[in-house]
Design a protein around this ligand. Structure first.
Ligand SMILES: [Mg+2]
Length: 365
């Protein structure tokens, strides 16, 4: 088959207010910006996206769009390498890699649409369904809102939920009591500190979380840049409390360092930050080499497809903000009932279509 050449790259940004103010261990926000990248070849369009600042649109259509113009739609790996080289002096980790991630997802989607196959199959097809965990539980929520949200996931058959902690640690016992009461004892409970705690404070909370609320997952108890701290938590923390990090990994070497440092029981990676599907499958291979599971961070609509290529996949984060925005933004959203997303293998690509008219009120670029 002869693949067409790329003849168009577009970008849009939409800033969508949250349904109420949100807060975690180290951040506050009241809106989320979705940056959509579209790549066209031979009259077919591939769609990708990331969650990040508005100026990403300029990187997508500017320096990176220039790299893609005229390139064969078949050559996703070569495009990924060339985009990385093109942003060397701008700084590859961070925003540049978010822009590359959105375009890489669009390129994978484009290629699978041209081939007429589902993205989940093109990326590997190792899984038919991707387990999810409900994620939200912001530290700005009232106890009743917190309980209502986690109960919603549990009653949809999602057997694991994650809440934010550690913003005001003295409030966490009452919050976790409310969560346990809402979900019962058969649903796994995870906590995410977003790097808010110091090492010894994190160790203290690790013991309490495991003993008092049967918490099984403690995410970024310390900053994910504190590799020694994560290792300390993993070595000295209680058994059956997994330490997880990796959502801010932008380079393959950052994931390698978390693994070689023995920092995590389960590695996380975000398809929309780490470099797209091309990078996600490489992170997955690193996990295979180290015998560590991989969990996908956020952006569930597209991550569900990427996860089908990860052999040692544990689960995917079904994040409140992104679920809400992706339902507004795309046709073709997957249903998490029963606790898993099942990509539709009959639809080419990731099967998502942008609802541009619905999104127009939120368009900022
Ligand atoms: Mg997190």
């Amino acid at each position: 088959m002869e693949f067409p050449r790329i003849d168009g790259v577009r970008a849009r940004a939409y800033t969508v207010p949250t349904d109420q103010p949100e807060q975690d261990g180290t951040a506050d926000w009241d809106s989320t910006t979705l940056v959509v990248a579209a790549v066209e070849a031979g009259g077919v369009e591939g769609l990708g996206y990331t969650y990040g600042p508005v100026p990403l649109t300029g990187m997508v259509t500017g320096v990176l769009g220039g790299v893609l113009a005229g390139r064969s739609a078949a050559d996703v790996a070569g495009a990924w390498e060339a985009m990385g080289r093109a942003v060397r002096n701008a700084g590859r980790p961070g925003m540049a890699m978010m822009a590359i991630s959105a375009l890489d997802v669009a390129l994978w989607d484009l290629k699978s649409r041209l081939l007429g196959v589902a993205l989940a199959d093109l990326v590997g097809g190792a899984h038919d369904e991707v387990p999810v965990y409900g994620s939200g539980g912001f530290t700005s929520y009232s106890l009743s809102r917190l309980a209502e949200q986690v109960e919603g996931w549990a009653s949809a058959g999602i057997p694991r939920v994650k809440v934010k902690t550690s913003r005001r640690p003295q409030e966490d016992p009452a919050r976790l009591d409310a969560v346990r009461e809402a979900i019962g004892h058969d649903v796994e409970l995870y906590c995410d500190a977003n790097g808010a705690l110091g090492r010894k404070e994190a160790l203290y909370w690790a013991e309490r979380l495991r003993a008092e609320w049967d918490v099984r997952w403690f995410e970024e108890p310390v900053s994910s840049e504190d590799l020694c701290g994560l290792r300390l938590l993993r070595d000295r923390g209680p058994a059956r409390l997994d330490i997880a990090a990796g959502e801010y990994g932008y380079l393959l070497s950052q994931f390698r360092d978390l693994l070689t440092g023995g920092c995590v029981d389960c590695l996380q990676a975000d398809v929309t930050r780490c470099g797209g599907i091309s990078a996600f499958v490489r992170v997955s291979a690193l996990c295979d080499a180290f015998g560590v599971d991989l969990s996908a961070h956020c952006a569930p609509a597209v991550s569900a497809h990427a996860c089908c290529g990860a052999v040692h996949l544990r689960h995917l984060e079904y994040f409140w903000d992104h679920v809400r925005i992706e339902r507004m933004a795309f046709e073709g959203i997957l249903d998490p009932s029963g606790g898993a997303l099942r990509p539709d293998r009959s639809r080419p690509g990731h099967g998502l279509e942008l609802k541009e008219a619905d999104l127009e009120p939120y368009r900022v670029a």
